[in-house]
Design a protein around this ligand. Structure first.
Ligand code: SF4
Length: 75
């Protein structure tokens, strides 16, 4: 599993990804794109993406970014 950043635990409103967590860790491209689309409306998108960018070991979509996209952004 993965550690959950405290800013997500402290969220006052339900997080969009909590409704269907498996979608965010699915291997297929369509699911990854669906998950990334859901992130677009999340107020935690920025910090969530930053959290994942600092942790290359994380799988799944975080802050609208797939693991592949995060790897690209790290260079
Ligand atoms: S940005 Fe996406 S993965 Fe991060 S908390 Fe929001 S819905 Fe979940």
């Amino acid at each position: 599993m993965y550690d959950v950043p405290s800013f997500l635990d402290d969220a006052a409103a339900p997080l969009p990804c909590r409704a269907d967590p498996e979608l965010f860790f699915a291997e297929d491209k369509t699911s990854r794109e669906d998950a990334a689309r859901i992130c677009q409306g999340c107020p935690f998108r920025g910090p969530c993406a930053a959290y994942a960018l600092e942790r290359p070991q994380l799988r799944g979509v975080w802050g609208g970014l797939s693991r592949w996209r995060r790897s690209q952004l790290r260079g």
